[in-house]
Design a binder for this molecule. Structure first.
Ligand code: CAO
Length: 560
């Protein structure tokens, strides 16, 4: 056992860079080149990888600190012999670690390197061999959510291509393929939780087969002996080069709002999210096509310029929001917005600005529905179910989506296609202490009222307790936002894109309705249907809402 002091390597000339993330904790056992901290300079953010494998005994920096080359990051206990010593500086360090690797450590290191990546021995040259791929070290995070499965059986992947995307408390990240090959199976699914060392799937590799993609050519794979596991082909450290950034691309945080791969550090992504910028619209100028903060600023400047000159739209354009010091008007308190609130705000702004909304209104006469609902209340309670108007609305909306499939669509991002859906999943807006959440009830058209009532109250409870999983909020075709229990005579809901319709439900009231010979008191439920006029025509919307109103007016129609 030897204790090594780890220092900040040469940061490519950058000085006094910000520590934006501490990726390990004291007590963590890490592999060589695992990220210790993430630093961010003017131009880029990068991981600072550990030059040694071992156990972290001390972390000497904190988030927000500024560090320069030579500053102490912490101490690590390594297996290497020799007493307590200080880590060699810069180039010497690489030479030392290279020597260590070659002095009988090769086998052990190979094991370490394969830990969390592959449990099988590498294939002989030219042979096909299946290898179990494991979840690598996740920078200390444990039991993180799988939010996307990016590869499937049969896919040919390159080393570094994302197999899955995981999300922990602080960041989402791609888990990359440790080597190029064919995916045989993926052992996890969306919504699962995974930890370092868990089986991720099986890949077939042709040892010494396909060359790495051009982008990765710089990893000098070809210099590795054939028997060495290809997956760990990282750059050989040069005497004059620190082992700084190369590892970074394997754990790049991924922008979930874009489909194409965008390379950017966590801080740039955070800023992009705060500014509501879709990263793949920004021209990257950083190394290996990374988007830098400067790129983001340049993009924003360009957009502001366009907007001020009116080029963004016709007329006056969008005026920038003025900075206001509210304390000049009276006492104020400034508090951070919750993550949900920020996300909702960004999505609302996007949907409000990009979706041409039309809202159509009608009142449904639910007098009979209410009589029926009340007559069933006791029976429902016996089953442990609360029968409110919401399950009836879900059922009626599902019937309308089937009867008027023009609403069960999404516009494709390419602007050239429309996606028609043959399933009926409906989102239900739930007011929670942390903000608005929209859990999705699946296959509403195939479920009965009791089942829907039960699921709606379960989903609402999960939402309020903050226990919804990402998959519980995905896949809706349409949304219902009911403020009926709260009040109001009407409101215009904002379409939850990529859905094209949303129904706003207000509080029922008793209204005088002319029955042909007299006014009679009827229970009228105000409905407001907002829709994306790019996808839906007014006549379709008219038919959709009229159909819903007729079904709610006579629920026997649900049987037809
Ligand atoms: N008119 C009159 N009364 C209504 C009604 C309506 N349209 N809708 C529901 N009610 C009644 C219910 O019948 C229930 O009364 P009883 O207890 O006497 O039966 C009472 O209001 C409370 O209902 P609830 O809130 O427990 O259940 P729900 O099924 O009506 O609503 C949910 C569930 C999750 C939709 C609701 O709780 C909620 O969170 N609504 C807010 C949604 C929201 O924030 N939308 C805005 C989004 S955009 O900012």
């Amino acid at each position: 056992m030897a204790k090594q002091v780890i220092k900040v390597p040469d940061l490519g000339g950058a000085d006094q860079v910000d520590v934006i993330e501490i990726s390990v904790a004291e007590g963590d056992t890490i592999a060589e080149e695992d990220a210790l901290i993430v630093v961010e300079g003017d131009k880029a953010s990068m991981d600072v990888p550990s030059p040694y494998a071992g156990k972290i005994v001390k972390i000497s920096v904190s988030e927000g600190d500024q560090v320069s080359e030579g500053d102490v990051i912490g101490e690590i206990e390594t297996d290497a012999g020799g007493g307590e010593e200080e880590a060699p500086e810069s180039g010497e360090k690489e030479e030392a670690s290279k020597e260590e690797a070659s002095e009988g450590k090769a086998e052990e290191e190979s094991e370490e390197k394969s830990e969390g990546e592959s449990s099988e021995a590498p294939a002989a040259q030219g042979e096909e061999q299946e290898e179990t791929v494991k979840v690598p070290d996740l920078g200390g995070a444990d039991a993180v959510d799988v939010i996307e499965v990016s590869a499937q059986a049969g896919d040919e992947v390159d080393e570094g291509d994302a197999l899955i995307v995981v999300e922990g408390d602080k960041a989402s990240m791609d888990v990359p393929a440790p080597f190029a090959g064919t995916v045989v199976s993926i052992a996890v699914k969306e919504g699962d939780k995974v930890s370092s060392g868990d089986d991720l799937g099986v890949m077939k590799v042709v040892s010494g087969g396909a060359a790495a993609p051009a982008e990765k050519a710089e990893t000098k794979k070809e210099e590795k002996p054939a028997a060495e596991p290809e997956r760990k082909a990282e750059p050989e450290p040069q005497a004059s080069e620190p082992p700084a950034a190369p590892q970074k691309d394997r754990y790049l945080e991924r922008d979930l709002t874009v489909s194409a791969e965008v390379y950017a550090g966590p801080a740039v992504r955070k800023l992009a999210r705060e500014l509501g910028v879709t990263l793949n619209k920004v021209k990257p100028t950083g190394p290996r096509n990374r988007v830098t903060k400067d790129d983001l600023h340049a993009y924003i400047k360009e957009q502001v310029k366009k907007s001020e000159s009116g080029a963004v739209g016709v007329g006056a354009g969008v005026a920038p929001m003025p900075e206001i010091d509210f304390s000049q008007f009276g006492p104020v308190e400034t508090e951070p917005m919750s993550k949900i609130h920020k996300l909702t705000a960004a999505n609302m702004a996007r949907n409000w600005l990009t979706v041409p909304h039309v809202t159509q209104f009608d009142d449904a006469d639910i007098s009979e529905l209410e009589d029926f609902r009340k007559s069933m209340k006791a029976e429902a309670e016996k089953r442990g179910v609360k029968l409110t108007p919401v399950p009836f609305l879900l059922k009626a909306a599902a019937a309308a989506l089937r009867a008027e499939p023009s609403f069960n669509v999404s516009l494709h991002n390419d602007g050239e296609h429309i996606v028609r859906k043959d399933y009926v999943h409906i989102g239900m807006a739930v007011d929670t202490p942390k903000g608005l959440m929209v859990p999705v009830i699946r296959d509403v058209d195939r479920k009965g009222l009791y089942e829907l009532a039960e699921e709606a109250s379960e989903m609402a409870a999960l939402a309020r307790d903050g226990k919804l999983k990402p998959k519980d909020m995905q896949g809706a075709c349409f949304t219902i936002s009911s403020l009926g229990a709260i009040g109001g005579t009407g409101f215009t809901p904002i379409v939850n894109a990529p859905e094209v319709g949303i129904l706003g439900v207000s509080k029922l009231s008793i209204q005088p309705v002319w029955d042909g010979s007299q006014f009679v008191p009827r229970k009228m439920l105000p409905l407001a249907l907002s829709y994306d006029h790019r996808a839906v025509n007014g006549s379709d919307a008219g038919r959709f809402l009229t159909y819903m109103v007729s079904v709610l007016g006579d629920v026997r129609r649900l049987l037809l």
